[in-house]
Design a protein around this ligand. Structure first.
Ligand code: SF4
Length: 447
């Protein structure tokens, strides 16, 4: 690893902590203007025609239920109640069916499927198995399609794992956050580090091709030594993928309130957060992992396909409330409320809250944002798609980023530098339109 030199910790006032909103560019930048489309005929027209791109697509299925609430969680999710979950699954199947019957989806092939949440493993073994079977029989999956189940260690038992694998799942992603028992308790995480380790070992033994672990760093009461222990635990487990994110404190969460009242201390400074990031890069690189994404390291030949498709120039079809996806040059977001989602689907509609057809400028911006999320952009592909190299389209942004030492531009690609990776989400965000300038579904400028 190249250790950065110079004043690399003060390049931006604030270090952006995650890229969820960037994947949904430009929708989430204009969330305040989100509106339910009365008429999404352009989107429907698109689905009525064949997909002629010959590119693999990604499919995301959302399960918005959990069986306990983590104190830091700001997502929209509900405690799972069996009758509501059962009704939700029926509605979800109707939504998937609506897509699956369309010409566009019938002529699409899916290289990766991701069941996310919430916590998909709150479903019973049978519910999980049925959902997997439904997807496999109604969508054309490629021969080596990656199928991921996002999981909590405390509710992904051996029976559920066996069913999931039997029905085709080959990757699981555990939201572990930390192995530190005191912090786990503080965050309302349900099992001890010993149980977590045991479950991950079972997942590996039972036959998932890829096991992924999500960790969080710069947590209240977490020292650098604690962080090193978390990383070492993950490495010792031999998991194929490791993702890590700095804690983002949302004021409306229980943790946010506990910090505000002084019950729990603030995380440490931005400088310490950067040191923790660099420690992870050092330890994971030394252990044989390579960086695939700003926040993800993988062992050789275990790339996270869904991530690559999601952030590449591929369609991502999404089902379930609050999920956002893209088909052709349409970017769309499903309604947030579970009730509203269920009503819209029951009424025979797509549960879309916001949908735009991208302008060419926003397509180019999105390409840069997503590509740099995966650390580099292929200039030739950009030129093939848009007719010009990116540095000629965005000269001011390039000038700033090069001046700060955040990107390297060579003949064929644009890469984040080691310093650029520290500030990866800030670099990506540099390509967002300041004005959220997008066209609506009919091609009219709306902002
Ligand atoms: S499991 Fe995930 S979605 Fe559920 S409460 Fe915890 S962080 Fe939130």
């Amino acid at each position: 690893m190249i250790i950065p030199t110079g004043n690399y910790k003060d390049l931006f006032e604030e270090r952006k902590k995650g890229g969820g909103y960037l994947a949904g560019y430009p929708l989430n930048l204009r969330a305040s203007q989100s509106h339910e489309l009365k008429n999404y005929s352009y989107f429907v027209d698109l689905l009525n025609n064949k997909n002629t791109t010959n590119r693999d697509s990604a499919l995301y299925i959302h399960i918005p239920f959990c069986d306990s609430i983590c104190t830091f969680c700001c997502f929209t999710r509900e405690i799972a109640k069996s009758d509501k979950v059962a009704k939700y699954l029926q509605v979800l199947e109707s939504e998937m069916c609506k897509y699956a019957k369309s010409e566009y989806i019938k002529s699409s092939k899916f290289g990766a499927v991701y069941f996310g949440g919430g916590t998909p493993t709150v479903l019973s073994a049978d519910q999980l198995g049925n959902l997997l079977s439904y997807v496999k029989s109604n969508f054309h999956l490629t021969k080596n399609a990656e199928i991921t189940i996002e999981a909590s260690t405390h509710n992904f038992n051996q029976r559920k794992m066996e069913i999931a694998i039997e029905k085709g799942a080959n990757r699981t992603s555990f939201g572990i956050q930390t192995f530190n028992d005191a912090i786990r308790k503080q965050f309302n995480l349900q099992d001890s580090s010993r149980d977590v380790i045991n479950t991950v070992k079972i997942a590996k033994e039972i036959g998932f091709d890829i096991v992924d672990i999500d960790l969080m760093y710069n947590l209240p009461n977490q020292t650098m030594k604690d962080w090193e222990i978390d990383l070492q635990n993950a490495i010792d487990l031999g998991v194929e993928n490791i993702s890590f994110f700095p804690l983002h404190i949302h004021p409306n969460t229980l943790l946010g309130k506990q910090i505000e009242s002084g019950e729990i201390p603030h995380p440490q400074t931005k400088d310490v957060e950067i040191d923790m990031y660099l420690k992870a890069v050092e330890m994971l690189t030394n252990a044989g992992y390579k960086q695939q994404h700003i926040s993800k390291f993988v062992l050789p030949n275990t790339d996270h396909k869904y991530n690559i498709l999601r952030l590449g120039h591929h369609d991502c079809v999404v089902c379930g409330p609050m999920a956002n996806g893209n088909i052709g040059n349409c970017v769309y977001k499903n309604t947030k409320s579970i009730e509203k989602y269920m009503n819209m689907v029951r009424d025979g509609n797509f549960p879309i809250a916001d949908c735009v057809r991208l302008s060419k400028e926003d397509e180019m911006r999105r390409y840069m944002i997503r590509g740099l999320g995966l650390l580099k952009v292929d200039k030739r592909e950009f030129k093939n798609l848009f007719g010009e190299y990116p540095e000629y389209i965005f000269p001011d942004i390039f000038e700033q980023l090069i001046k700060k030492g955040l990107i390297l531009v060579s003949e064929n690609e644009i890469k984040l530098t080691e310093i650029g990776k520290i500030w990866g989400y800030n670099v990506c965000a540099s390509f967002c339109s300041k004005f959220g300038r997008v066209m609506n579904i009919h091609g009219d400028m709306v902002a």
